[in-house]
Design a binder for this molecule. Structure first.
Ligand SMILES: C[S@@+](CC[C@H](N)C(=O)[O-])C[C@H]1O[C@@H](n2cnc3c(N)ncnc32)[C@H](O)[C@@H]1O
Ligand code: SF4
Length: 385
């Protein structure tokens, strides 16, 4: 059976610590000045995995993703212990994809061999920018040279690797982004994540932006930068398979596809989310976000879950639409109808099609066009209404 024919089941593990907090980031990441007790975390991960597996039963894990925060701050033994526990409580497919998110500093790159020995087979590096002035503005702790050196070590250590860049940065011009992207593609063998800078509420960037001290590209410039992204990547054989993710054919991140295709995944660690089918119901679970509070909950109860909602038909269908339309492959409207109990509105589809925002393929699949992606939220809202 090929990976595509199997039912996918992903496991997400969250490592919630970073060396410093980047001013644009609103992920669940925390800075601690005292040493982290990794042994205690490893035990808590093991308990939460055991509790989750008792709910799901034996499943065939097709992908594992260690995300953060900064999982490349974990000792390789801690990563190995988490992967061993997953193998103990579930079955792990022989061709499982195991991704670890890494920050591209020289210190972290020295651990890559240890991660590979522990079972990691793919790394995703947060390069963010390839020029030092932008890296400084983004509050990063590495230079462009250091990041490229880490990419080179990733290339030697793993068969598969990817890196992230943030674009639509303050003062970024289309030609400069074109050149930066061309350099990135030379370094990225098969996969790139390219995120448009989002000003997240509650971050230092939000305050600076509101005060007029951080000027981000206006809508027209942001659109031009998006078009450069699509153009350069497509020309180099890395088309978008998701609104922000580009890959050569077959090199897509299998774990992230689990989310976007509405498949099942368990979430482990502080602030992790999961989507599990238990009986005939889909459960949306989330754990306590604060690392120390999560630890205490797990030690007391065997898990850190604070919300566990059964999604009703409408919620399931809306989520399917929201996630699936991010993908270039789009969605099967028949699945939407099966989930929600009603078909998508034909007239709305027709209007969006005439506007050029969506396309309907010969096999009936519905997908957002390149022109529709910059207004994806509006397209989804229109279809879901
Ligand atoms: C969980 S984060 C980080 C992984 C790793 N800690 C790092 O920073 O290298 C995943 C990615 O989200 C992107 N990201 C985070 N905040 C963002 C924002 N406000 N706008 C756009 N992209 C963002 C960054 O590219 C980042 O690498
Ligand atoms: S971008 Fe990465 S390193 Fe920076 S605070 Fe967020 S998770 Fe941590």
């Amino acid at each position: 059976m090929t990976a595509a024919e199997r039912t996918a089941f992903g496991v997400y593990v969250h490592w919630p610590f970073c060396l410093s907090k980047c001013p644009y980031c609103d992920f669940n990441s925390h800075v601690r000045h005292a040493a982290i007790d990794e042994g205690r975390f490893a035990e808590a991960f093991a308990r939460e995995i055991a509790t989750t597996a008792a709910r799901t039963g034996k499943r065939d894990v097709t992908s594992i993703f260690l995300g953060g925060g900064t999982p490349s701050l974990m000792r390789p033994e801690t990563v190995g212990s988490v992967l061993d526990t997953i193998g103990k409580f579930w079955r792990v497919a022989p061709d499982v994809e195991v991704t670890l998110e890494a920050n591209p500093t020289s210190v972290e790159a020295t651990r890559f061999a240890g991660y590979r020995a522990a079972g990691v087979n793919r790394v995703s590096l947060g390069v963010q920018a390839l020029d030092d002035a932008s890296l400084k503005e983004l509050g990063r702790l590495h230079s462009a040279r250091e990041a490229l050196d880490a990419v080179a070590i990733a290339r030697q250590s793993f068969d598969r690797y990817s890196f992230d860049l943030i674009y639509a940065r303050p003062g970024q011009a289309p030609q400069a982004w074109r050149d930066e992207l061309a350099l990135a593609i030379k370094e990225a063998a098969e996969h790139l994540s390219l995120y448009q800078l989002t000003i997240e509420e509650g971050t230092p960037f939000f305050g600076l932006h509101a005060a007029g001290k951080l000027k981000t590209p206006d809508e027209a410039l942001a659109r031009a930068l998006y078009d450069v992204t699509q153009d350069v990547c497509a020309k180099h054989g890395l088309p978008a398979y998701e609104i922000s993710n580009h890959a050569r054919k077959g090199a897509e991140c299998r774990h992230n596809l689990v989310y976007w295709r509405g498949e099942e995944y368990a979430g482990v660690g502080p602030g992790a989310h999961g989507r599990l089918d238990i009986g005939c119901e889909r459960h949306a679970a989330a754990t306590e976000k604060r690392p120390e509070a999560w630890l205490m909950r797990v030690e007391a109860n065997g898990h850190g879950v604070v919300t566990d909602d059964v999604l009703n038909r409408e919620e399931r269908a809306d989520e399917f639409l929201l996630m699936g339309l991010r993908l270039a492959e789009g969605i099967d409207p028949k699945r939407y109808a099966a989930l929600s109990g009603r078909a998508l509105d034909e007239r709305r589809i027709e209007v969006l099609r005439e506007e050029g925002a969506i396309a309907v393929d010969a096999d009936g699949r519905l997908r957002v066009t390149q022109a529709g992606f910059p207004v994806l939220d509006a397209v989804v809202a229109d279809l879901a209404a």
